[in-house]
Design a protein around this ligand. Structure first.
Ligand code: ARG
Length: 579
């Protein structure tokens, strides 16, 4: 494992500079594989040593680098030491590299590979509440909700693999005027029959229809307001209709989430925090934080100089609460119920201001844990369309991904016989959606492109799945050949060394992702791994090699396959074994 080498290099550095070896670990990193040939495996950043006070920060950095390199010696682990530009490079013993990196795969520890790295020892692994997906009942499920769903799932998976206690929460938009409209409109345009058959579609249809009607029909508007008031007053008929809408919607979403491989521990929603929101208003009042605006609304002054130049409205003039008021109540409630160490909200970047205000008001209310709340913003998706037009339902996107993938598979000569091609097409189609979404920085907008994301070559989810399936098939075809032990000296070709050098980075990549919560590090790491595996398939054949060479190569391939599968799972992709 990478740790073995990092530890051993740090130990020598510690002895040489008379420092604790731990101090060097953060300054050491595996060298990224670029072109094939590359000598150094690790580099030590001299500027990092200057920052943490191990080396004086005023000396000439290049002199310090060369000085240090000259003081270090080869040993049984380190084969070569050289000075680069402000870094000291280390090349480790080749046989040891092969042995240490591939050893854990023989011990049924495949699923934990890299996760016990000492890099993670400094993480404060407590309870993390991740709130994601959070669609609105009866309204459109837009691309932003899909992004929130897969990004939140990734963050939850990542934290969970690193040993955090993760709570996955869906916060439904299940309250507000839309229910007034829906409740009033259902009597006119709704049908229980259709609601049972196709709930999401039917609720949306009714919603669109009432909205249109309400535009120039005052009676309709009034009816909607009346219905919502009945709902707020907990009038039983209104509540039971609302409840039916909510339950049916959650049921339906659960099916779709299952297809996506996503689940939630808790389905909460805005409706849960109605009463608490009023209590929050009272607390704001008693703390002297609630001001009345000229329009008669209740506001909190957020301006630094307390001159009301920037305010946040928490109460309408009719005394009803708003989105942010419910969010304040929900956050406080979650802290009380789950006592989380951190909370992460995943929504599109247009809500960044909302969350900033939310955290600021919580802090001013004395809720100091609010500085352990974080908003993870993401950019817009342009042009998400299906063959039948604009996307209204998530299901349509999943159906289309599956249909297109099924079509592509039927056109490809190499496609294998499968028990359930639809299921494979579904999984591969979803991985294409995920990889397209995760390749760049989350904050960036991107254009949805079916053809590009489904390419088998190129950097796509299909390529990840294809590589995984191919590795599985190699392992299957050679059942019985793989042995508990292997001879590391049979894996010294550059092609295999490059793969191992790349694997040295796995724990660092996970660490980086845990820091900034960006999936791109892991996606790009896995794509690179797949490219390296493609060369290895060509250059390190198993078939036709002698028994011991075949054994050693299989170990390399099955190890790479495990890392690929583990990484894919963290991204929220279910690896397929055949395609
Ligand atoms: N339902 C909201 C929307 O679709 C997203 C909710 C985000 N979470 C929150 N706690 N405000 O825009």
């Amino acid at each position: 494992m990478a740790c073995f080498f990092r530890r051993s290099i740090a130990a020598q550095l510690g002895r040489t500079l008379q420092q604790s070896e731990d101090a060097f670990i953060p300054a050491l990193s595996a060298v990224a594989v670029f072109k094939k040939q590359q000598n150094a495996d690790f580099k030590l950043s001299i500027s990092a040593l200057r920052t943490n006070g191990i080396l004086p920060s005023n000396g000439d950095i290049q002199m310090q680098t060369e000085d240090l390199a000259a003081q270090l010696k080869q040993d049984s682990v380190v084969e070569d030491i050289s000075a680069g530009s402000a870094v000291v490079n280390f090349k480790v013993n080749r046989k040891l590299l092969v042995q240490k990196m591939l050893e854990p795969f023989g011990k049924d520890e495949d699923e934990k590979y890299g996760l016990n790295s000492e890099l993670f020892h400094t993480l404060k692994r407590g309870t993390t509440l991740v709130e994601y997906s959070s669609p609105n009942i009866a309204k459109k499920f837009h691309a932003g909700h899909l992004r929130s769903t897969i990004i939140g799932n990734f963050i939850a998976n990542l934290k969970q693999s690193l040993g955090y206690n993760v709570i996955r929460m869906n916060y439904l938009g299940d309250w507000g005027m839309q229910f007034g409209l829906l409740g009033a409109g259902f009597g006119l345009f709704g049908s229980q029959e259709k609601l049972k058959q196709n709930p999401l579609q039917h609720l949306f249809e009714v919603y669109v229809q009432v909205n249109k009607e309400a535009e120039n029909n005052e009676d309709m508007k009034q009816a909607a307001q009346d219905f919502f008031r009945r709902l707020e007053q907990r009038e039983s008929q209104a509540v039971s209709l609302w409840q039916q809408f909510r339950e049916i919607t959650v049921d339906e979403y659960q099916h779709i989430y299952k297809r996506l491989g996503v689940h939630f521990d808790i389905y909460s929603g805005e409706s849960f925090h109605q009463d608490q929101a009023q209590e929050v208003v009272q607390q704001l009042q008693s703390r002297g934080l609630l001001k009345t605006s000229e329009k008669g609304t209740g506001v909190v002054d957020l301006s630094p100089s307390a001159d009301m130049s920037s305010v946040c409205t928490v109460l309408r003039s009719d005394g009803t609460t708003l989105y942010i008021t419910r969010d304040l109540a929900a956050a406080i409630d979650r802290q009380e119920k789950y006592n989380f160490d951190e909370m992460i909200y995943v929504t599109d970047k247009s809500q960044a201001g909302h969350f900033q205000q939310l955290f600021q008001i919580l802090l001013s209310m004395g809720q100091s844990w609010a500085d352990r709340c974080e908003h993870v913003p993401f950019g817009l998706v342009r042009g998400m369309k299906t063959r039948s037009g604009e996307v209204v339902f998530l299901e349509d996107v999943l159906d289309e991904a599956r249909a297109r993938m099924l079509h592509n598979m039927s056109q490809t000569k190499t496609t294998k016989e499968m028990d359930d091609p639809e299921d494979t097409a579904e999984k591969v189609g979803i991985s294409a959606l995920i990889v397209q979404d995760f390749k760049g920085p989350l904050q960036s907008d991107y254009t949805f492109d079916w053809d590009r994301m489904l390419q088998t070559q190129g950097d796509t989810g299909v390529f990840l799945q294809y590589t995984h399936a191919r590795l599985c098939s190699l392992v299957r075809r050679n059942e019985g050949v793989e042995a508990a032990t292997f001879d590391p000296s049979l894996l010294l070709e550059q092609t295999s060394i490059t793969i191992l050098q790349h694997l040295l980075r796995y724990d660092e990549v996970l660490y980086l992702s845990a820091q900034d919560l960006q999936p791109k590090h892991l996606v790009n790491f896995l794509l690179k791994l797949c490219h390296l595996i493609a060369s290895a398939h060509r250059e390190l054949p198993v078939k036709g090699s002698s028994q011991d060479v075949a054994q050693a190569r299989l170990r390399l391939f099955s190890g790479a396959c495990s890392v690929l599968a583990n990484g894919m799972r963290i991204l929220g992709i279910t690896p397929v074994n055949k395609m």
